[in-house]
Design a protein. Structure first.
Length: 282
């Protein structure tokens, strides 16, 4: 009972804080800035303030108390909102084994998300110039960002506008007492018949980024837009590994019911059969 009341009160406080931020923006910040700056500059500054600072910060504070605790069907953004579906597991010797296999299958390893690489990605998107190793934004699984990512451009210019892409997380035993211990047990139980002591499990989340620009529905940030049929991207990855003769064994977990959930963008609901393609590499 106490937990329910506390969580309800926390929601009310976050709603009140959001209302206060909106009121200050409309009735204090906007009039002050409008008298000193051009109208379009004011709108751009307010958009940046709300979409990239105020709203994400508010959501992160909300997630300090209201935390999901579930076997992950999808990755999340830093603020905890759903993003790409989890639909792939690869069994390899180590990280280098995974990277060599993916690059042999025609994939490019994504560059780190440094300021320089982010700027290069922006130039690639705006001017449609080549950048096959454009960085990824960080998505979260097991309470941490991806360990590595791979991509293949989808356009003739080889730019970052559209691309096949997949993120991977190494399955690790979490610190004692962490809530993600149930996630580790789930995956090791599911794949116990395929594992050997010297192998590692890498969990993947793959979607096709089919258009260059879309808007996050809950913050207003700009980002790539994804193809809603995520199973096609999963199968594309597996086929690329099979065509280069790198797959030793395959297993598909039972699909169960079709899953539908809202992704980051306004107009995208991801559909997946709920199955996980498990690939053991040679």
């Amino acid at each position: 009972m106490f937990n329910f009341l506390f969580r309800t009160l926390w929601r009310v406080l976050i709603f009140a804080a959001g209302t206060l931020i909106l009121w200050l923006t409309v009735f204090r910040v906007y009039p002050y800035a409008h008298n000193r700056l051009p109208f379009y500059v004011v709108l751009l500054l307010l958009y940046y303030l709300l979409a990239y600072i105020a709203v994400p910060a508010l959501i992160r504070v909300f997630r300090l108390v209201i935390k999901p605790n579930r076997i992950p069907l999808y990755t999340t953004m830093r603020d905890g909102w759903p993003s790409d579906p989890v639909n792939l597991a690869v069994i390899v010797k180590d990280r280098k084994h995974l990277q060599v296999a993916m690059e042999k299958a025609g994939w490019y390893t994504a560059d780190p998300a440094t300021l320089k690489n982010r700027f290069r990605e922006l130039v690639s998107i705006v001017f449609n110039t080549p950048y096959e190793r454009a960085p990824f934004t960080s998505l979260y699984l097991f309470n941490r960002p991806q360990d590595i990512g791979f991509e293949i451009p989808l356009n003739d210019a080889r730019s970052a506008r559209t691309r096949h892409h997949v993120r991977f997380w190494r399955l690790e035993i979490p610190p004692f007492g962490e809530k993600d211990s149930s996630h580790h047990k789930f995956w090791t139980h599911q794949l116990r018949h395929l594992l050997h002591l010297e192998k590692e499990i890498w969990i993947g989340a793959a979607i096709e980024e089919s258009h260059a620009v879309d808007i996050q529905w809950h913050t207003g940030k700009l980002n790539h837009g994804g193809n809603k049929y995520s199973d096609r991207e999963r199968d594309f990855i597996v086929d690329s590994l099979k065509q280069t003769y790198q797959v030793k064994r395959m297993h598909t977990t039972e699909a169960g019911e079709e899953i539908k959930f809202r992704g980051q963008q306004f107009n995208v609901f991801y559909y997946t059969d709920g199955g996980i393609q498990v690939v053991r590499l040679k």
